[in-house]
Design a protein around this ligand. Structure first.
Ligand code: UD1
Ligand code: CA
Length: 451
């Protein structure tokens, strides 16, 4: 990691008209994280010590998001959308404090990695005054093209301004540009708007720098990383690429994915090496799974922690606040919300366990329901360690079961149960010997008399 200081500017003022959405474009999510969140994360990893984000005048929710995700970032508003150079200059107060490196990135390019940003910074460190991240594309339509001569990048031509010949070039501009801090502001201020869209193009910094005899280079990245999102179709295909990346990461770190293409990750899914994930599993935000655990087919997890060697599913649903200790079992059609399971605890079939704690080695029988909500307030259920809750029990919260309690099947439990007690909360069984036979005879006679 370099010790050079780095100011990063994220351009995010565009309306994203092509998305046909009320939401600012960069707030659309990839892997459950807004695009701009991916960019902010990567800039921090790439050693940016100052981050500026340029937003539109009508995007208070975007500013709020930026400050939540990166409290030390600064937002600047671009009042008129006059192009990418104009956008970068909206952060002029930040540019006036000189940094060694200035990196400009687009908020709509979420898959770029820190090591690629570092490549741009390394080019600056090695003496380039401007470094542009380019990529090769079989379908370059819509991207700016890089005009390179003898290793020097001489210009970037936008699709609309390019000649027939220039449009044949397949090396494209990703939008990520590095500037030597001492030149950044003056290059941007020298850019004009004589082009097809009458916009101030940041890409024109390349020609301005050439005219000044500065060193301008292109650095190459991959198309997958540098894809820009302008439409919903591109958003969906970017999501697919992100999922592929997450699956590769999981496999490489030593997790088993039985059918990788059927497992869906959130940007923050944290699987330890040695986790097994079966087919058709969805990880929503905030899931952590410890080594040796197995997530079986068709399970959905969100905001949940799964302890080592536990088995979840098939068909389990872990909702936010589900914290399973080691060696636990949560089986089919069991929903757990805001509840802890001590090590070795089990709920194997058809249950709802919400706002609860289940002590270690306790067994929750099939069909057990915690009644945690009375229509107004949520209440807690505490099941002590080593307890046994019989099938189809209803635990009406607030309620506490002491360690080693034994609840008989089909009970409705409304009062606390002391430790090691056996409790019945169901009506007594009544048996009338021979009465079934008599009843059948009576009913048959009635039926016959009507025939
Ligand atoms: C831009 C590049 C193009 C490159 C492509 C890569 C320019 C002139 N063109 O084209 O060379 O190949 O990205 O994806 O730079 N923005 C503002 N304010 C503005 C205009 C844009 O903040 O006034 C922001 C947008 O929010 C977006 C980014 O700048 O995040 C790029 O703008 P966009 O309109 O998407 O540019 P492209 O046409 O994709
Ligand atoms: Ca774009």
């Amino acid at each position: 990691m370099t010790t050079r200081s780095c100011l990063s500017i994220v351009l995010a003022a565009g309306l994203g008209t092509r998305m046909k959405s009320d939401l600012p474009k960069v707030m659309h999510e990839i892997g459950g994280l807004p695009m701009v969140g991916h960019v902010l994360k990567v800039l921090k990893q790439a050693g940016s010590d100052r981050i500026s984000v340029v937003t539109g005048p009508d995007m208070p929710q975007l500013e709020e998001l930026v400050y939540r995700l990166a409290p030390t970032a600064r937002c600047y508003v671009q009042h008129d959308r006059l192009g990418t150079a104009h956008a970068a200059l909206s952060a002029k107060p930040a540019l006036e404090i000189e940094a060694d490196d200035v990196v400009v990135v687009f908020g709509d390019t979420p898959l770029v990695t820190a090591s690629t940003i570092m490549k741009v910074r390394q080019a600056l460190q090695s003496g380039a005054d401007v470094a542009v991240l380019g990529f090769r594309s079989a379908n370059p339509f819509g991207y700016g093209r890089l005009l390179i001569k003898d290793g020097q990048l001489t210009a970037i031509r936008e699709e609309k301004d390019a000649s027939e010949e220039e449009r044949k070039i397949t090396v494209c501009n990703s939008g990520i540009m590095g500037f030597a801090g001492q030149h950044a502001l003056s290059l941007m201020e020298a850019i004009g708007n004589e082009n097809a869209k009458n916009e101030f193009y940041l890409t024109d910094a390349v020609e301005v720098a050439n005219a000044r005899g500065l060193k301008v280079v292109a650095v190459t990245g991959s198309e997958t990383e540098t894809q820009g999102i302008n439409t919903r179709l591109q958003l969906a295909s970017c999501e697919a690429d992100f999922q592929k990346r997450m699956r590769m990461d999981a496999l490489e770190k030593g997790c088993t994915l039985v059918a990788p293409h059927t497992v869906f990750f959130s940007h923050d899914t944290n699987l330890e090496p040695g986790v097994t994930v079966e087919q058709n599993v969805v990880f929503a935000a905030g899931v952590k799974v410890a080594k040796g655990a197995k997530i079986r087919a068709f399970s959905h997890l969100e905001g949940a922690t799964v302890g080592a060697d536990s088995i979840v599913g098939p068909y389990a649903r872990l909702r936010p606040g589900a914290v399973l200790g080691s060696d636990t079992r949560v089986g089919n059609f069991v929903e757990v919300k805001n509840a802890t399971f001590g090590s070795g605890a089990k709920a194997n079939h058809l249950s709802y366990i919400g706002d609860a704690s289940v002590g270690s080695k306790s067994n929750i029988g099939a069909g057990t329901i915690t009644c945690n909500y009375d229509g107004y307030l949520k209440h807690r259920t505490e099941v002590g360690a080593g307890s046994f809750v019989g099938s189809n029990s209803t635990l009406v919260a607030p309620i506490k079961l002491g360690n080693g309690a034994f609840v008989s099947a089909g009970s409705v439990i409304t009062n606390d149960v002391s430790r090691d007690s056996l409790v019945f909360g169901r009506s007594k069984q009544i048996e009338k010997t021979g009465r079934a036979k008599k009843l059948r005879e009576k009913l048959q006679a009635e039926k016959d008399s009507k025939a």
